[in-house]
Write a protein that binds this ligand. Sequence first.
Ligand code: G1P
Length: 291
Amino acid sequence: MDVRKVVIPVAGWGTRSLPATKNIPKEMLPIFKKPVVQYVVEEAQASGIDTVVLVTSQNKTIIEDHFDHNLSLESLLERQGKTEKLKEIRDVANMVNIIAVRQKVQLGLGHAVLCAREVCKDEPFAVMVGDDLMFGQKPGIQQLLDVAKAENMAVVGVIEVPESKVDRYGIIDGEEYGSGVFRVRSLVEKPQVGHAPSRLAIVGRYVLTPEIFEYLEKLTPGVGGELQLTDALQGLASRRRLLAVKLHGQRFDAGDWVEYLTANIYFALHDEDLHDDLVRRIQELVPSSGK
Ligand code: G1P
């Protein structure tokens, strides 16, 4: 299985992050020095993916621009001799090929993936949700690709969540057949607390085979009145064609303010120049944090 493309749905409004996202796409909010979406694209690139399919909507073109050259800025940095910054800016433009498809009405994650059908055609492809960030020794999507290639099957990434939070996620029911690998029997999108089949929650990482489009086409509105990718995945699960992999690493949901701010601190703490000053300032703000 050769996976070269990743679909990243970026058409949503980002209402959880208002008012910051009134005129800026949520995917462009910075986490430390980079916009959220750059971390997602870097994870894809580090996993051998070279083409990003952005499923986009009005007012989102700055996401495409971010991964393109900005010639005026580049020549300014060149004139100023700021070679390090110039390299950083050019590297972002050279990272991946970008293809944009429009999701003209936002009918849900399943619908967003269906919008990429003409581009993905009959190849397997990855899907990464633009505000789920994963960091660890091995890129999150690479962990799925390894299993998808070995088993020649579609794979979703899962993490264990507390029972009180199952209603925020798609939850799988499966049988473990390898260490951290499950054959998915069924899935349920955002079950009520107390009614979930497990605590294994789908994070925004998927490797899909083109047969998913058959099920996406037939979707009817599910939870929240949306066309849910989770419901289409049930089609694959019923044919015993879906695995789930427990992901290793740190995960941040950039649409949640605590998680978003923690991700900023996480990256800033990894910056040698900032680390000590940042720790000192946090300890001043929260005196008990040093104990
Ligand atoms: C989507 C999926 C859900 C998944 C979640 C992960 O939900 O529908 O199955 O668990 O992403 O972030 P959303 O967060 O878009 O409501």
